[in-house]
Design a protein around this ligand. Structure first.
Ligand SMILES: Cc1cc2nc3c(=O)[nH]c(=O)nc-3n(C[C@H](O)[C@H](O)[C@H](O)COP(=O)(O)O)c2cc1C
Ligand code: SF4
Ligand code: SF4
Length: 276
Protein backbone atom coordinates (compact mmCIF):
# COMPACT_ATOMS: atom_id res chain seq x y z
CA UNK A 1 0.00 0.00 0.00
CA UNK A 2 1.36 3.49 -0.84
CA UNK A 3 2.65 5.57 2.03
CA UNK A 4 0.52 8.58 3.04
CA UNK A 5 2.52 11.20 4.88
CA UNK A 6 2.18 14.79 5.96
CA UNK A 7 4.78 17.38 6.98
CA UNK A 8 3.84 20.25 9.31
CA UNK A 9 6.36 23.05 9.35
CA UNK A 10 6.84 26.61 10.53
CA UNK A 11 9.06 28.93 8.52
CA UNK A 12 9.26 32.68 8.80
CA UNK A 13 12.11 33.39 6.41
CA UNK A 14 11.70 30.46 4.01
CA UNK A 15 14.60 28.10 4.79
CA UNK A 16 12.61 25.47 6.68
CA UNK A 17 9.97 25.67 3.94
CA UNK A 18 12.61 24.83 1.29
CA UNK A 19 13.85 21.84 3.29
CA UNK A 20 10.28 20.65 3.98
CA UNK A 21 9.47 20.80 0.26
CA UNK A 22 12.56 18.74 -0.60
CA UNK A 23 11.77 16.10 2.03
CA UNK A 24 8.23 15.94 0.56
CA UNK A 25 9.73 15.51 -2.92
CA UNK A 26 11.70 12.53 -1.60
CA UNK A 27 8.57 11.10 0.01
CA UNK A 28 6.52 11.57 -3.16
CA UNK A 29 8.19 8.69 -4.99
CA UNK A 30 5.95 6.40 -7.09
CA UNK A 31 2.50 5.96 -5.59
CA UNK A 32 3.49 7.44 -2.24
CA UNK A 33 1.95 10.79 -1.34
CA UNK A 34 3.19 13.52 0.97
CA UNK A 35 1.24 16.66 1.91
CA UNK A 36 2.64 19.87 3.32
CA UNK A 37 0.97 22.00 5.99
CA UNK A 38 2.51 25.31 7.01
CA UNK A 39 1.98 26.71 10.51
CA UNK A 40 1.39 30.45 10.25
CA UNK A 41 -0.50 31.97 13.18
CA UNK A 42 -0.91 30.36 16.57
CA UNK A 43 -4.70 30.76 16.88
CA UNK A 44 -5.30 29.51 13.33
CA UNK A 45 -2.91 26.58 13.80
CA UNK A 46 -4.58 25.45 17.03
CA UNK A 47 -7.97 25.50 15.28
CA UNK A 48 -6.59 23.64 12.27
CA UNK A 49 -5.08 20.91 14.49
CA UNK A 50 -8.42 20.46 16.27
CA UNK A 51 -10.08 19.64 12.93
CA UNK A 52 -7.24 17.75 11.28
CA UNK A 53 -7.73 14.08 10.46
CA UNK A 54 -4.43 12.55 11.60
CA UNK A 55 -5.74 8.99 11.12
CA UNK A 56 -5.23 9.24 7.33
CA UNK A 57 -1.43 9.18 7.63
CA UNK A 58 1.15 6.61 8.64
CA UNK A 59 4.04 9.08 8.75
CA UNK A 60 4.01 12.61 10.18
CA UNK A 61 6.92 15.07 10.14
CA UNK A 62 7.46 18.32 12.04
CA UNK A 63 9.94 20.99 10.98
CA UNK A 64 10.94 24.29 12.52
CA UNK A 65 13.58 27.00 12.57
CA UNK A 66 15.70 27.24 15.72
CA UNK A 67 15.15 30.33 17.85
CA UNK A 68 17.56 30.76 20.73
CA UNK A 69 18.49 27.04 20.76
CA UNK A 70 14.84 25.95 21.03
CA UNK A 71 11.86 25.84 18.70
CA UNK A 72 10.09 29.23 18.43
CA UNK A 73 8.35 29.63 21.77
CA UNK A 74 4.75 29.59 20.52
CA UNK A 75 5.26 26.19 18.86
CA UNK A 76 5.33 24.57 22.31
CA UNK A 77 1.60 25.31 22.48
CA UNK A 78 1.08 23.89 19.01
CA UNK A 79 2.88 20.62 19.85
CA UNK A 80 1.09 20.34 23.17
CA UNK A 81 -2.28 20.66 21.41
CA UNK A 82 -1.66 17.61 19.19
CA UNK A 83 -3.88 14.58 19.79
CA UNK A 84 -2.66 11.07 20.62
CA UNK A 85 -0.32 10.01 17.82
CA UNK A 86 0.49 6.48 18.94
CA UNK A 87 -0.77 5.00 15.65
CA UNK A 88 1.85 6.76 13.61
CA UNK A 89 5.59 6.99 12.89
CA UNK A 90 7.22 10.37 12.80
CA UNK A 91 10.28 12.45 12.10
CA UNK A 92 11.64 15.83 13.19
CA UNK A 93 13.89 18.37 11.50
CA UNK A 94 15.01 21.94 11.89
CA UNK A 95 17.10 24.56 10.15
CA UNK A 96 19.40 26.86 12.08
CA UNK A 97 22.37 29.15 11.73
CA UNK A 98 24.57 26.23 12.78
CA UNK A 99 23.79 25.83 16.48
CA UNK A 100 20.45 24.04 16.87
CA UNK A 101 20.97 23.51 20.62
CA UNK A 102 18.20 21.48 22.23
CA UNK A 103 15.57 22.28 19.59
CA UNK A 104 14.58 18.78 18.48
CA UNK A 105 15.03 17.35 21.96
CA UNK A 106 12.47 19.85 23.27
CA UNK A 107 9.95 18.82 20.62
CA UNK A 108 10.62 15.12 21.23
CA UNK A 109 9.89 15.59 24.95
CA UNK A 110 6.40 16.88 24.18
CA UNK A 111 5.67 14.36 21.43
CA UNK A 112 6.76 11.43 23.62
CA UNK A 113 3.69 12.20 25.71
CA UNK A 114 1.53 11.77 22.60
CA UNK A 115 2.89 8.25 22.02
CA UNK A 116 4.61 9.43 18.83
CA UNK A 117 7.32 7.02 17.60
CA UNK A 118 10.14 9.07 16.09
CA UNK A 119 12.05 7.06 13.50
CA UNK A 120 14.29 9.81 12.16
CA UNK A 121 15.41 13.37 12.78
CA UNK A 122 18.00 15.81 11.52
CA UNK A 123 19.20 19.14 12.88
CA UNK A 124 22.20 19.99 10.69
CA UNK A 125 20.54 21.85 7.83
CA UNK A 126 21.57 25.48 7.71
CA UNK A 127 19.14 28.21 6.81
CA UNK A 128 19.69 31.84 5.96
CA UNK A 129 20.37 33.27 9.38
CA UNK A 130 19.08 36.80 9.85
CA UNK A 131 18.43 38.47 13.14
CA UNK A 132 18.02 42.15 13.92
CA UNK A 133 20.84 41.99 16.46
CA UNK A 134 23.47 40.83 13.92
CA UNK A 135 23.83 44.10 12.03
CA UNK A 136 24.95 45.77 15.24
CA UNK A 137 27.92 43.53 16.05
CA UNK A 138 31.09 45.57 16.28
CA UNK A 139 33.80 42.95 16.85
CA UNK A 140 33.06 40.46 14.13
CA UNK A 141 30.14 39.21 12.14
CA UNK A 142 28.82 35.74 12.90
CA UNK A 143 29.56 33.13 10.20
CA UNK A 144 27.49 34.02 7.18
CA UNK A 145 24.83 31.58 6.11
CA UNK A 146 24.08 33.44 2.90
CA UNK A 147 23.05 31.00 0.18
CA UNK A 148 21.79 28.34 2.64
CA UNK A 149 20.13 25.96 2.38
CA UNK A 150 22.51 25.27 -0.51
CA UNK A 151 22.01 22.74 -3.35
CA UNK A 152 23.90 20.05 -1.41
CA UNK A 153 21.66 20.48 1.64
CA UNK A 154 18.53 20.44 -0.52
CA UNK A 155 19.66 17.22 -2.21
CA UNK A 156 20.36 15.74 1.23
CA UNK A 157 16.84 16.68 2.35
CA UNK A 158 15.34 14.89 -0.65
CA UNK A 159 17.43 11.80 0.12
CA UNK A 160 16.29 12.00 3.75
CA UNK A 161 12.68 11.93 2.47
CA UNK A 162 13.32 8.97 0.17
CA UNK A 163 14.92 6.97 2.99
CA UNK A 164 11.92 7.65 5.21
CA UNK A 165 9.75 5.51 2.91
CA UNK A 166 11.45 2.21 3.65
CA UNK A 167 12.09 3.19 7.28
CA UNK A 168 8.34 3.70 7.74
CA UNK A 169 7.35 0.54 5.92
CA UNK A 170 9.81 -1.54 7.97
CA UNK A 171 8.00 -2.54 11.21
CA UNK A 172 11.40 -3.10 12.86
CA UNK A 173 12.66 0.44 12.33
CA UNK A 174 14.16 1.52 15.65
CA UNK A 175 12.96 4.54 17.54
CA UNK A 176 15.37 7.49 17.28
CA UNK A 177 16.26 8.68 20.76
CA UNK A 178 19.70 10.23 20.41
CA UNK A 179 18.73 13.88 20.07
CA UNK A 180 21.20 16.29 21.60
CA UNK A 181 19.70 16.66 25.03
CA UNK A 182 21.84 19.05 27.02
CA UNK A 183 19.72 22.12 27.61
CA UNK A 184 21.55 25.29 26.81
CA UNK A 185 22.33 26.98 30.09
CA UNK A 186 21.79 30.45 28.76
CA UNK A 187 18.40 29.64 27.33
CA UNK A 188 17.35 27.55 30.31
CA UNK A 189 16.31 30.60 32.30
CA UNK A 190 13.67 31.43 29.74
CA UNK A 191 10.62 29.94 28.17
CA UNK A 192 8.93 29.19 31.44
CA UNK A 193 5.95 31.32 30.77
CA UNK A 194 4.96 34.76 31.90
CA UNK A 195 5.82 34.12 35.54
CA UNK A 196 9.50 34.28 34.53
CA UNK A 197 9.54 36.71 31.62
CA UNK A 198 13.15 36.07 30.66
CA UNK A 199 12.78 37.08 27.04
CA UNK A 200 11.00 40.28 27.93
CA UNK A 201 13.82 41.19 30.28
CA UNK A 202 16.75 40.21 28.11
CA UNK A 203 15.68 41.62 24.76
CA UNK A 204 15.00 45.26 23.90
CA UNK A 205 11.59 46.84 24.15
CA UNK A 206 9.78 47.57 20.93
CA UNK A 207 10.05 51.26 20.09
CA UNK A 208 8.07 52.80 17.27
CA UNK A 209 9.00 55.92 15.37
CA UNK A 210 5.51 57.24 14.53
CA UNK A 211 6.93 59.72 12.04
CA UNK A 212 8.26 56.89 9.90
CA UNK A 213 5.36 54.43 10.39
CA UNK A 214 2.74 54.41 7.61
CA UNK A 215 0.38 52.09 9.54
CA UNK A 216 0.71 49.56 6.70
CA UNK A 217 0.13 46.62 9.07
CA UNK A 218 2.91 44.42 7.66
CA UNK A 219 4.41 43.88 11.13
CA UNK A 220 1.07 42.68 12.56
CA UNK A 221 0.45 40.48 9.55
CA UNK A 222 3.73 38.58 9.89
CA UNK A 223 3.61 38.16 13.68
CA UNK A 224 2.84 34.48 14.39
CA UNK A 225 1.31 35.16 17.78
CA UNK A 226 -0.74 38.29 17.00
CA UNK A 227 1.25 40.29 19.53
CA UNK A 228 0.88 43.48 17.45
CA UNK A 229 -2.38 45.39 17.21
CA UNK A 230 -2.82 48.53 15.08
CA UNK A 231 -4.53 51.26 17.13
CA UNK A 232 -3.99 53.17 14.81
CA UNK A 233 -0.20 52.70 15.18
CA UNK A 234 1.25 49.28 16.12
CA UNK A 235 1.08 48.43 19.81
CA UNK A 236 2.83 45.37 21.27
CA UNK A 237 0.13 43.86 23.47
CA UNK A 238 1.65 40.61 24.74
CA UNK A 239 4.90 38.71 25.14
CA UNK A 240 6.02 36.90 22.06
CA UNK A 241 8.71 34.80 20.36
CA UNK A 242 11.08 37.79 20.24
CA UNK A 243 11.98 36.99 16.64
CA UNK A 244 12.26 40.72 15.80
CA UNK A 245 11.14 39.98 12.27
CA UNK A 246 8.50 42.71 12.63
CA UNK A 247 11.48 45.03 13.05
CA UNK A 248 13.63 43.42 10.32
CA UNK A 249 10.88 43.49 7.70
CA UNK A 250 9.27 46.86 8.44
CA UNK A 251 9.50 48.59 5.04
CA UNK A 252 10.00 52.00 6.71
CA UNK A 253 12.50 50.96 9.42
CA UNK A 254 10.03 52.50 11.83
CA UNK A 255 10.75 50.02 14.64
CA UNK A 256 13.80 51.26 16.47
CA UNK A 257 14.92 48.95 19.27
CA UNK A 258 17.97 49.65 21.38
CA UNK A 259 20.28 46.65 21.00
CA UNK A 260 23.32 48.12 22.78
CA UNK A 261 23.12 45.85 25.87
CA UNK A 262 22.66 42.66 23.85
CA UNK A 263 25.43 43.61 21.40
CA UNK A 264 27.89 44.34 24.19
CA UNK A 265 27.11 40.88 25.61
CA UNK A 266 27.61 39.18 22.23
CA UNK A 267 30.74 41.20 21.45
CA UNK A 268 32.25 39.89 24.69
CA UNK A 269 31.44 36.28 23.80
CA UNK A 270 32.95 36.72 20.34
CA UNK A 271 36.07 38.39 21.77
CA UNK A 272 36.57 35.52 24.23
CA UNK A 273 36.06 32.95 21.46
CA UNK A 274 38.68 34.69 19.28
CA UNK A 275 41.28 34.59 22.06
CA UNK A 276 40.95 30.81 22.53
C1 LIG B 1 14.86 34.99 16.59
C2 LIG B 1 15.88 34.09 15.99
C3 LIG B 1 16.65 33.28 16.81
C4 LIG B 1 17.58 32.40 16.26
N1 LIG B 1 18.29 31.58 17.09
C5 LIG B 1 19.17 30.70 16.56
C6 LIG B 1 19.92 29.80 17.39
O1 LIG B 1 19.77 29.75 18.61
N2 LIG B 1 20.82 28.99 16.82
C7 LIG B 1 21.03 28.99 15.47
O2 LIG B 1 21.88 28.25 15.00
N3 LIG B 1 20.30 29.77 14.64
C8 LIG B 1 19.38 30.63 15.15
N4 LIG B 1 18.62 31.44 14.32
C9 LIG B 1 18.71 31.24 12.87
C10 LIG B 1 17.50 30.47 12.33
O3 LIG B 1 17.29 29.28 13.05
C11 LIG B 1 17.72 30.09 10.86
O4 LIG B 1 17.94 31.26 10.11
C12 LIG B 1 16.52 29.31 10.30
O5 LIG B 1 16.95 28.61 9.16
C13 LIG B 1 15.35 30.21 9.93
O6 LIG B 1 14.32 29.41 9.41
P1 LIG B 1 13.18 29.96 8.44
O7 LIG B 1 13.89 30.60 7.27
O8 LIG B 1 12.44 28.75 8.03
O9 LIG B 1 12.38 30.94 9.20
C14 LIG B 1 17.73 32.34 14.85
C15 LIG B 1 16.98 33.18 14.03
C16 LIG B 1 16.05 34.05 14.59
C17 LIG B 1 15.22 34.91 13.68
S1 SF4 C 1 5.44 47.44 9.24
FE1 SF4 C 1 6.45 49.33 9.87
S2 SF4 C 1 5.40 50.94 8.75
FE2 SF4 C 1 4.08 49.14 8.66
S3 SF4 C 1 2.69 49.36 10.44
FE3 SF4 C 1 4.43 48.14 11.11
S4 SF4 C 1 5.85 49.61 12.00
FE4 SF4 C 1 4.41 50.78 10.75
S1 SF4 D 1 9.21 39.95 17.61
FE1 SF4 D 1 7.56 40.95 16.48
S2 SF4 D 1 6.92 39.49 14.87
FE2 SF4 D 1 8.21 38.37 16.33
S3 SF4 D 1 6.75 37.44 17.70
FE3 SF4 D 1 7.34 39.39 18.64
S4 SF4 D 1 5.87 40.92 17.96
FE4 SF4 D 1 5.64 39.09 16.68
Amino acid sequence: MPLASVIFYFSQQGSTKKIAEKIAEGLNQGENRCELVRFTKLTKDLEMIKNFDFSKYSLIGFGTPVYYFYPPHHLFKVFESLPDLSHVNGFLFCTSGGNPGACLYKIKNILDKKGFKIIDGYDKWIGLDQHRCYSHFKESALPSSLGHPNPGELAEAKEFGKNLIHKTLDPNSPEKKDFWSKDNKWAEGGWKGRSEPFMEKWFPEFKLNEEKCTQCGKCAELCPVDAIVLDPYPQWVKDCDRCYLCDLYCPEQAIECDWSKQCAFMDNILKRAKKK
